[in-house]
Design a protein around this ligand. Structure first.
Ligand SMILES: [Zn+2]
Length: 132
């Protein structure tokens, strides 16, 4: 165990003051794994792998944190929101129908099997008729 303790201590010492792993790094690593299965994609995968390792061992924590926050805000949170919406629609599709407002495109949920109903958009007050 003494040998493994020394390795663990060495790794801990090496990563002290370095950025480490965040959501962006995990995304880059996943993307590089996917790209290895695409023809000629492994060249890009190696570049992405290099970027991910660079970000992990980088000591410029403030800059890496800003990149991570920007990635979360612009890419990761919208993907999560889309996934949650799709999941919600799939679990509720037997009891509800979903309509997009023709005026503002906002989605609304209406109980199924109520016949023809006149809907009022809660966002822009536009009125339209739909069959549920
Ligand atoms: Zn509307």
């Amino acid at each position: 165990m003494k040998f493994f303790d020394k390795i663990k201590h060495g790794i801990t010492k090496f990563f002290y003051g370095r950025y480490g792993v965040d959501q962006l790094n995990i995304f880059i690593l996943m993307l590089s794994i996917v790209l290895t299965y695409v023809k000629y994609g492994f060249y890009v995968a190696y570049v992405l792998l290099f970027i991910a390792i660079f970000r992990m061992v980088s000591k410029n924590i403030i800059k890496r944190r800003k990149e991570g926050a920007l990635f979360n805000e612009k890419i990761w949170f919208p993907i999560q929101k889309l996934y949650r919406n799709i999941k919600k629609r799939l679990t509720q599709r037997k009891e509800y129908r979903f309509f997009a407002c023709p005026a503002c495109k906002k989605t609304m949920r209406v109980p199924k099997n109520k016949g023809k109903v006149r809907l009022t958009c809660p966002n822009c007050q536009h009125k339209f008729i739909k069959k549920t």
